[in-house]
Design a protein around this ligand. Structure first.
Ligand code: MG
Ligand code: MG
Length: 257
């Protein structure tokens, strides 16, 4: 699972260098597919529930599950890229929301807070805690910033299947839900809206957008419980190297094994 997560991490890092105005999401999708296959893995989403592509590409007000197309990205857009890969029978699945050129200050803040909320949630993924502890922490942090927490879409267990039990909502009540145990692996993935938490489904059967058409951000990591504590399997290291972002945010989740 570490290997699969690393391939996705590197794929997102490769894409980070390519995201710019004028580039289409379909072009990025092709780059990602080639890269994943060159690493001896297969795209995790392609064909899953009949999804047609390698990446879920969700610009601006799209929350998740957007289908890549030929439309060029524009200066000021944001693009959420969700990527899956399967190697040796195990899945990796994580996501990052990128700025295309310069973006509005309020959108930049949304991206920062959503990424931070991911770590706020991961901190609660440890032996003795429950699903509701992660959801509560993410929801409280997000709503304290005035943002909307999407209810209909959730994180999940991860392994030989892309989506395993338990479901990992980004909202909840402390002390509720399944108890975490040593060795569990999950994908935690806050989907956070600048405005209302409400969403709308499109006729293509995939695309989901915010009801008020305001921007939505999505960040996702894969995490295992090792020695009782959360340990990251995925990393944004490659993305942040490409973008010139210096942060030690992952450090506390890397020291267990
Ligand atoms: Mg994902
Ligand atoms: Mg996921």
């Amino acid at each position: 699972m570490r290997e699969s997560a690393l391939i996705v991490s590197k794929t997102l890092g490769m894409l980070a260098k390519e995201v710019k105005p004028g580039i289409s999401t379909l072009y990025l999708d092709k780059l990602a597919e080639d890269f994943i296959r060159s690493e001896g893995a297969i795209p995790g989403f392609l064909g899953l529930y009949d999804f047609p592509n390698t990446l879920c590409m969700s610009p601006n007000s799209q929350v998740v599950h957007g289908i890549p197309n030929k439309k060029p990205l524009l200066e000021g857009d944001i693009i959420s890229i969700d990527c899956g890969a399967k190697k040796n029978g195990f899945y990796g699945d994580h996501a990052y929301t990128f700025a295309v050129g310069e973006i509005a200050a309020e959108t930049k803040k949304l991206l920062e807070v959503t990424r931070e909320s991911l770590y706020v949630g991961i901190r609660e993924f440890k032996v003795g805690n429950r699903v509701g502890d992660v959801g509560f922490a993410i929801q409280k942090f997000t709503e304290d910033h005035g943002y909307g927490v999407v209810r209909e879409l959730v994180g999940h267990g991860l392994g030989r299947e892309m989506h395993e039990d338990p479901e990992m909502p980004n909202y909840g009540k402390r002390g509720r839900g399944k108890k975490f145990t040593e060795g569990m692996v999950v994908a935690i993935e806050p989907m956070t809206n600048l405005g209302t938490h409400k969403i709308r489904h499109h006729n293509d059967g995939w695309t989901i957008t915010t009801l008020d058409s305001k921007p939505s951000a999505h960040f996702e990591h894969n995490i295992a419980i090792v020695n009782g504590k959360p340990e990251l399997l995925s990393t944004f290291k490659y993305v942040h190297e490409a973008l010139g972002i210096v942060t030690d945010e992952e450090e506390e989740f890397r020291t267990n094994s």
